[in-house]
Design a binder for this molecule. Structure first.
Ligand code: FAD
Length: 313
C-alpha cells in the first residue's frame, strides 16, 4: 500500500491523482494513472527513484510516452515523469552531457548545430533521452549508444555510473529493467565544413523520407514490432505485415497504417483493447504466412493482470 503522506517526506515534487494517460502518450490511448509524481530537480528525481526502490515498490518511469501502449484500465503503479526535473544539457567541445528528460529531437538539433556528428540522424525520433537509452533508439545508421561514454542510473536504491562497455545493448533493447536512467555523457565527432554540408543533406533527405513513409498526422506509437533477422539478414517487420495484405485493417478505431504497415494509428477514439486485438491478428497472420513470430517493440503498461503474455514473444 502506498501512503502519499509518507511519500511526501522523501519526495519534493508534485503528486497528482487520477491522471489520464491518453494525454501523456503519443498513441492518445490509456486509462487513468492512480497517481503521478513529477520531481522538481535532479536531486529530487534521484530521491524519488531511491524511495521506491528501497521500499521494493514497483513503479513506472514514463518519458514522452512515444513507444508505449497503456491499458484502458490505466495504471495502478505510481508513475514518475522526469521531463521537468531532468531537462538540462551541456555541450563542451565534443562532449555532451544530457539528462534523461531532454527531448531527443532537441538534443539532436543542438549537437548538429555545434558541428557535432553522432546524433543528427535521430532528429525524427519523438522521445526523451531516457526513453531512447532504455529502448536503444536508432535511425538511419545511428544508435543512441554509438557515442555514449557513460550513463548515470539509480538501481537497487543506489546511484551509479555505468560505462558503455558495462551495458548490454541489443537491437531496440537494453538489459535495464528496474533501473532509472538519470543522465548520460556522449563524445561526438567534430565535422569539418564539407562533411557538415554532406551530413546536413543526408539528414534532410531522411527527415523527408520519414514524413513521406510514416503516418505522422495520426496518433501512433512508432513501430509496433521489431524487425526480424532471417538467415543473418534484417527483414523489415513492416514488409512482412504488408505482404500479408494487412494495411488498412481495422479493429474499432485502431487501424494498420496505410502508409507504413508496422504502424498502428488511432483514428480518434481507439481503445488499447482494439490495438491488442489488431496486434494479435497481425502476429497470427504473419506467423501463418511467413512462419515468423513478431516480437513487440512497444512497451505494454498496465496489462499485468490481463492474459496477454503471448503478445510479447
Ligand atoms: C512517429 C514515431 C517515430 C518513431 N521513430 C523511431 C525511430 O526511428 N527509431 C527508434 O528507435 N524509435 C522510434 N520511435 C519510438 C520512440 O520514439 C523511441 O523509442 C523513444 O526513444 C522513446 O522515448 P520516450 O521518452 O517516448 O519513452 P517512453 O515511450 O515514455 O518509454 C519507453 C520505455 O522507456 C522507459 N523509460 C523512459 N524513460 C526512462 C528513464 N529515464 N529511466 C528508465 N526507463 C525509462 C519507459 O518505462 C518505457 O519502458 C518512434 C515513435 C514514433 C511515435
Amino acid at each position: 500500500m502506498i501512503s502519499i503522506e509518507e511519500m511526501r517526506q522523501s519526495v519534493k515534487g508534485e503528486i497528482l491523482i487520477g491522471v489520464p494517460m491518453s494525454e501523456h502518450t503519443s498513441f492518445k490511448i490509456g486509462g487513468n494513472a492512480d497517481f503521478v509524481i513529477k520531481p522538481i530537480d535532479k536531486d529530487d528525481a534521484i530521491a524519488t527513484a531511491r524511495y521506491f526502490q528501497k521500499k521494493n515498490q514497483p513503479f513506472i518511469v514514463l518519458g514522452k510516452g512515444s513507444n508505449v501502449l497503456v491499458s484502458d484500465y490505466g495504471l495502478r503503479l505510481p508513475v514518475v515523469f522526469f521531463e521537468e526535473a531532468l531537462s538540462k544539457y551541456e555541450i563542451n567541445g565534443r562532449n555532451v552531457y544530457a539528462e534523461a528528460g531532454v527531448d531527443l529531437q532537441r538534443l539532436s538539433v543542438a549537437t548538429f548545430k555545434h558541428n557535432l556528428s553522432g546524433m543528427e540522424m535521430l532528429a525524427g525520433i519523438p522521445g526523451s533521452l531516457g526513453g531512447a537509452l532504455l529502448m536503444n533508439a536508432g535511425a538511419y545508421g545511428q544508435e543512441i549508444y554509438d557515442t555514449l561514454n557513460w550513463v548515470e542510473i539509480v538501481g537497487g536504491g543506489e546511484k551509479r555510473k555505468l560505462k558503455k562497455k558495462e551495458i548490454k545493448i541489443k537491437y531496440r533493447e537494453t538489459e535495464f529493467k528496474d533501473e532509472v536512467l538519470i543522465a548520460a555523457e556522449f563524445s561526438l565527432n567534430k565535422l569539418d565544413d564539407k562533411s557538415y554540408e554532406f551530413q546536413k543533406k543526408v539528414r534532410e533527405e531522411n527527415l523527408t523520407k520519414r514524413r513521406e513513409s510514416q503516418p505522422l498526422s495520426m496518433p501512433n506509437a512508432g513501430c509496433i514490432f521489431k524487425n526480424v533477422i532471417i538467415d543473418d539478414e534484417i527483414v523489415s517487420a513492416g514488409r512482412l505485415i504488408d505482404q500479408c495484405g494487412l494495411k488498412g485493417l481495422k479493429v474499432g478505431q485502431a487501424m494498420v497504417s496505410e502508409k507504413h504497415a508496422n504502424f498502428i494509428v488511432n483514428l480518434g477514439k481507439a481503445k488499447a483493447d482494439d490495438v491488442v486485438k489488431l496486434i494479435r491478428t497481425i502476429k497470427a497472420k504473419v506467423k501463418a504466412q511467413h512462419q515468423v513470430s513478431l516480437a513487440l517493440e512497444i512497451k505494454m503498461m498496465g496489462f499485468e493482470d490481463l492474459n496477454i503474455q503471448n503478445l510479447t514473444g
